[in-house]
Design a protein around this ligand. Structure first.
Ligand code: HEC
Length: 119
C-alpha cells in the first residue's frame, strides 16, 4: 500500500513538473552566478527588443537598444525594468507581443544588482 502511495505521489509530481515545463519559454538555462551584458543581457535584448528598438532609418520604437550604453541608460532610469515587469497582457508590456520568461527578467534584474558588468 505504502509503495503505491509513493508511486502515485511521484506520478503526480512528474505530471505537475511536465505541465510546468510545457508552459515555460525558450530560455531554460539557469541564471548565471555573474551576469554581464555581452554574454547574457545582449542576447535577450537582441532576440526580444532590437527588431523595433534599432537605429535603422525607420525604427518602430523611439530609441535604439543596440549598445551597452543604450541598454544601461534605459535600465538605470527604470523605464526598461518597469516595462518588462508589467503583468502579461498589459498595454505597455515590452516586448508588446507578451511578457518574457521570468528567467530573462531575473537576468536583467541581476545585471543591475551586480553593477551593470559589461563583460
Ligand atoms: C514590436 C516592437 C517593439 C518591441 C519588440 C519592443 N518594443 Fe519597446 N517600445 C516600442 C514602441 C513603439 C515604444 C514607444 C511607445 C511606448 O512607449 O509604448 C516602446 C517603448 C519602450 C520603452 C519606453 C521608454 C520610455 O522612455 O518610456 C521601453 C523602456 C521599452 N520600449 C523597452 C523595450 C524592451 C526592453 C524590449 C524588449 C524586451 C522592447 N521594448 C521590445 C516597440 C517595441
Amino acid at each position: 500500500m505504502k509503495g503505491i502511495k509513493i508511486i502515485s505521489v511521484l506520478f503526480i509530481i512528474s505530471l505537475i513538473h511536465s505541465c510546468a515545463s510545457d508552459s515555460s519559454e525558450d530560455f531554460t538555462d539557469p541564471i548565471p552566478d555573474m551576469v554581464n551584458y555581452t554574454n547574457h543581457v545582449k542576447p535577450i535584448i537582441s532576440s526580444n527588443c532590437i527588431s523595433c528598438h534599432n537605429s535603422n532609418a525607420n525604427p518602430i520604437a523611439p530609441f535604439p537598444l543596440e549598445t551597452y550604453d543604450e541598454v544601461r541608460d534605459k535600465t538605470e532610469n527604470e523605464n526598461l525594468l518597469a516595462r518588462i515587469q508589467l503583468p502579461d497582457g498589459a498595454t505597455l508590456i515590452m516586448p508588446p507581443s507578451g511578457k518574457m520568461s521570468q528567467t530573462k527578467i531575473d537576468i536583467i534584474l541581476k545585471w543591475k544588482n551586480q553593477g551593470y558588468k559589461e563583460n
